[in-house]
Design a protein around this ligand. Structure first.
Ligand code: ADP
Ligand code: ADP
Length: 221
């Protein structure tokens, strides 16, 4: 279980971005964090990812403090952020340096397979469509088989057709992964939250707080 206990964050410029956030997310749950611009959604994701430190409060995963980037937590950003001088496979395997070559190959192939891009391993990022590039960034986040996948407005830069396609891909990957990972999707799009999530956490700003939580009664396979 992912647990956020009394999380706060004030930036050095004095902006009080988050206050008193309490959240429990079970393994395999899909939570959408919904709110307008400036509610602290990205800040919250960065704290969970260990890319920044909360003050006060703590983030724990299965009881262990998350005080730094961790291979049990994967992150997908709004833009794919692929390195243009590396192939798709090299981008996906970027976080696997240190593992043996055969193991690395196996994990990269498996991750690309899961997002339906096994045939794109050797192409350059510039050869991909926007939706494909975002699927590669999902593969890169999944390659370490994380327990938690954090997605920060992952579809908002895509056209409506590609967005729906990618939402399907994400749910498919989630359903086919055992055990199912926890997904936390930040969005300002209520339709997206309803399509994807078991639970919607609504935030409000100044400072960022949880305003309400809604359970979505989805009929999943
Ligand atoms: P959201 O993702 O909901 O738009 P953010 O987490 O990006 O919200 O921002 C929450 C508040 O914190 C905003 O007022 C924003 O201007 C401020 N903020 C975000 N990042 C920083 C930063 N690195 N330094 C200072 N203020 C920041
Ligand atoms: P979208 O408009 O949906 O982002 P594109 O029209 O860019 O998609 O791409 C459609 C298809 O063409 C994709 O399968 C993509 O891999 C391929 N493609 C796009 N650009 C190139 C390129 N420069 N070289 C080779 N294939 C490409």
């Amino acid at each position: 279980m992912l647990a956020l206990d009394n999380i706060g964050k004030t930036y050095p410029n004095g902006v009080h971005a988050l206050d008193g956030i309490e959240l429990r997310v079970d393994l395999g749950e899909i939570v959408a964090v919904l709110g307008g611009s400036g509610c602290g959604k990205s800040t919250l994701l960065r704290l969970i990812a260990g890319l920044d430190r909360p003050d006060p409060g703590r983030v724990t995963l299965d009881g262990t403090d998350m005080n730094g980037p961790h291979e049990k937590i994967g992150v997908v950003f709004q833009e794919p952020r692929l390195l243009p001088w590396l192939s798709v496979a090299q981008n996906v395997g970027f976080g696997l340096r240190g593992k043996r070559l055969a193991e690395r190959r196996r994990l990269i192939e498996d991750a690309l397979q899961r997002v339906g891009l096994a045939d794109k391993a050797d192409v350059w990022p510039r050869e991909l469509s926007g939706g494909q590039a975002q699927r590669v960034s999902i593969a890169r986040a999944l390659v370490t088989r994380p327990e938690v996948l954090l997605l920060d407005e992952p579809f908002s830069a895509l056209d409506a057709f590609t967005r729906i396609d990618l939402q399907d891909h994400l749910l498919h990957v989630w359903a086919q992964t055992h055990p199912r990972p926890t997904l936390i999707v930040v969005t300002h799009d209520i339709d997206e939250a309803i399509v994807l999530a078991d639970r919607i956490v609504i935030m409000r700003p100044h400072p960022g707080r949880v305003q309400a939580e809604i359970a979505v009664d989805l009929d999943r396979p």
